[in-house]
Design a protein around this ligand. Structure first.
Ligand SMILES: [Zn+2]
Length: 461
């Protein structure tokens, strides 16, 4: 009888804040030993020579569109992309159909997606003034946290977002108050509803339909305004908030000063805000439309600074696929295209390229892609780090390989819309491992769907 189920040898393992030469021994889904010595026998040995071994990647912001919008993506295609991208855990947003606004919808969603999951998954509940009475129930049903948009969707997409947005600070106050009682983290999409609505209205009246009109409808200060309001309310109430997809210097400055005075606020940004400035709208039209929009070179610099100093502690993807035909609607009128772009599979090699180019520290990559999210959403140290006793969620990536992203080879149903197509990146994912089971192996393929487990939120952290 072998001593271990799985042993990973010869890798550069991220252990206690640095990459070191140790071996990882796994039994019954957990890391049972991290040791220098050659381990005893194992049922399976992975030789990770030349590769980095990272705590399994967490993507705290994806839209896998299941149930309800599965022509765009479903949990199988979405989580296959996650597995191929080295991601072991995703947190899926509540804007599926129906929107996850109460406990029974959350439970129904778990039943719907469980058998398709190739990544562990947490599910957000929506928070708005329409479901204040359901917030506690969502928490008890296992929501990983809550999500609120501070900006209303366009009129023809109201149904799709019903129950997930607020349009003024009073409403946000009531929602934050209810979420505070759950102890969970409140994710906030910060764009000022009144300002965006006003500017959009004016652009319509001027007949603007060109791609850059998207940026002009949501200039930098529309994000900063909303971030300011959210921070004030979090400060007043003590609710743990997490700002999703921060895109501007103005917002990161506000975040930095709020954190310095002890406001309980964290934040993420995404690869598309780090890779592209707003000129991408002229180049790629509706395919480069997402909310908030791509910004300016100066904002990119500020986002890298914020990541390097810890003001922004996570890089999520906001993986938000749409059908090509839907994006094409924006060809002649940018306002007709839905916002969002896929990215769950390409995050790690893009970030490793940034590390390779010296824009991020390689030692910070595990924190940005796993540890900070695990801590913020109450999963640490079972996830987010490699220590004895933790879940054996691991990502093995060959950092020496540089390659070029080919959208047609990605798992997402929306591969034709991928903005990162043709981009030179660094690091090939070799193995993705969930609780000691291989979900993806390069050159071999995927495990059977259903390996991913539902991760309940933890209110006691
Ligand atoms: Zn999103």
């Amino acid at each position: 009888m072998p001593a271990y189920d799985l042993v990973i040898t010869n890798g550069k393992v991220f252990f206690l804040d640095d990459f070191v030469d140790v071996n990882i021994c796994v039994n019954e889904g957990k890391i049972s030993r991290v040791q220098k010595n050659a381990p005893e026998s194992a049922s399976r040995v992975i030789d990770a020579r030349e590769a980095l071994v990272l705590p399994g990647l967490i993507d705290p912001h994806v839209h896998f569109r299941d149930p309800g919008l599965t022509y765009k993506e479903d949990f199988l295609s979405g989580s296959k992309g996650a597995a191929a991208g080295g991601v072991t855990t995703v947190f899926d947003m509540p804007t599926t159909q129906p929107v996850v606004t109460n406990a029974s919808m959350l439970q129904e969603k778990v039943r719907t997606v469980k058998g398709k999951a190739l990544a562990n998954f947490g599910l957000f509940g929506a928070g708005s003034v329409d479901n204040l009475g359901d917030i506690d129930g969502l928490s008890r049903a296992g929501a990983i946290g809550f999500k609120t948009y501070m900006v209303a969707p366009p009129k023809d997409r109201m149904r799709e977002y019903a129950g997930s947005f607020v349009t003024n600070s009073g409403q946000l106050y009531l929602v934050m108050q209810a979420i505070k009682r759950t102890g969970l983290t409140h994710c906030i999409h910060a764009e000022s509803d009144s300002t965006v609505a006003c500017l959009t209205e004016r652009l319509h009246s001027e007949g603007r339909k060109d791609p850059m009109a998207h940026y002009d409808s949501r200039p930098n200060f529309t994000e900063a305004e909303a971030v300011y309001d959210a921070i004030l309310l979090s400060d007043a109430l003590g609710t743990k908030i997490h700002l999703v997809h921060v895109s501007t210097r103005e917002a990161s400055d506000l975040l930095k000063s709020a954190r310095a005075r002890g406001v309980n606020v964290s934040a993420e940004t995404c690869p598309h805000y780090l890779c592209f400035s707003k000129e991408i709208l002229n180049e790629r039209g509706p395919y480069a439309k997402y909310n908030p929009p791509a910004r300016n070179e100066d904002d990119l610099v500020s986002l890298f600074d914020a990541l390097n100093e810890g003001t922004i502690s996570m890089i999520s993807t906001d993986h938000a696929p749409h059908a090509k035909e839907e994006k094409e609607l924006g060809r002649t009128d940018i306002f007709k295209a839905p916002p969002g772009t896929p990215g769950v599979e390409t995050r790690l090699p893009i970030i490793l390229k940034m590390a390779h180019d010296g824009r991020l520290r390689l030692q910070d990559v595990p924190k940005l892609t796993s540890e900070s999210a695990a801590k913020r959403f109450g999963l640490y140290p079972n996830k987010g780090c490699i220590v004895e006793g933790a879940n054996a969620d691991l990502t093995i990536v060959d950092y020496n390989q540089n390659w070029t992203i080919k959208a047609s080879e990605l798992q997402t149903k929306a591969w034709e819309t991928v903005l990162f197509d043709g981009m030179a990146v660094q690091g090939k994912v070799k193995f993705t491992i969930l609780s000691g089971e291989i979900s993806f192996e390069e050159g071999v393929g995927f495990a059977k769907a259903g390996l991913g487990q539902f991760i309940r939120g933890n209110p006691n952290y």
